[in-house]
Design a protein around this ligand. Sequence first.
Ligand code: TYM
Length: 345
Amino acid sequence: MSANRPRVFSGVQPTGNLHLGNYLGAITKFVALQENHDCLYCVVDLHAITVWQDPKELEHNIREVTAAFIAAGIDPEAHIIFNQSRVSGHAELAWIFNCVSRMGWLNRMTQFKEKAGKHRENASVGLFAYPNLMAADILLYRATHVPVGDDQKQHLELSRDIAQKFNSDFAESIAAHGFGETFFPLPEPLIAGPATRVMSLRDGTAKMSKSDPSDMTRINMMDDADTIAQKFRKARTDPEPLPSEEIGLEGRPEAENLVGIYAALAAKSKAETLTEFGGGQFSAFKQALTEVAVETLGPIGAETKRLMDDPSHIDSILSDGAVRAHAIADPIMRETKQTIGLLTD
Ligand code: TYM
């Protein structure tokens, strides 16, 4: 890792099947950023347990996300892949941020409202404080660039608010210790491209999600070719042919979603995709979509399975990644404690 390349941090929860939304919204970006950045990619197990997880499944899922990262093209030697709970600084800094962040800020988080639903009183405290842990994940490494899907935008804004409040609450102490003017950089979300918000295949107004009870709403990264074909064939559309220009997608969320998915998989823009398929029926387009999805996901799924056959190899990658993540985090954690007035070694 070099000292002057921008630092990237991002995380994925090990809570079940990874799907096309995770892949296009996040993992493909993780892969691309490796060229010009120093990257930390984290399997966020402490986030996962904000909702009860079966312990055996959690172990399996942590390894499977790790395997999928590698199969998709993340290089665990040139960059860092690790599981969050192995680096204690995440939980420590999250506690400090619990004391910086405000109840009012967290009360505005739409994802908590969605996840807690009507049973708010019964949600875990961890689920409510979750965005503070996310801020800690990023700032523990003073990461500046954070590739995520559109659904994480509000959490990233909160991370910036926390960084800013910490910098200003402790400005005098930061200066007195000679820690520079901005102790924590304000992290920048990287949300770009045609598939920042992949929608359900059955409802173009709902996000594609791991927690949807129907598997037909999503393409999983481990789905086989037949399953992918069947899910796209049954994906909801409307009776009109595809438009030739982007403006024609307005008010047609299912069409817009499939066009965005195709564009992202084929590394084209939505406009280019519509030039190619505009005026045609969905059936032909869905076939092309299936082909490009199978071509992309097939080899990744196969490689993930192959890697999962050797769990001890995956465990050694995670443990090595954690050692290297610790080395970056420890001095930042120490400076953070000194800034606040906590005594350190
Ligand atoms: P998670 O595990 O829900 O999702 C992982 C990544 O996939 C993106 N994503 C999507 N993108 C497009 N369309 C979709 N339908 C879709 N569904 C999911 C998410 O935006 C995310 O980038 N809180 C985070 C994990 C996290 C994190 C962090 C991210 C923890 N700490 C620090 C960045 C930095 C989460 O639950 O992602």
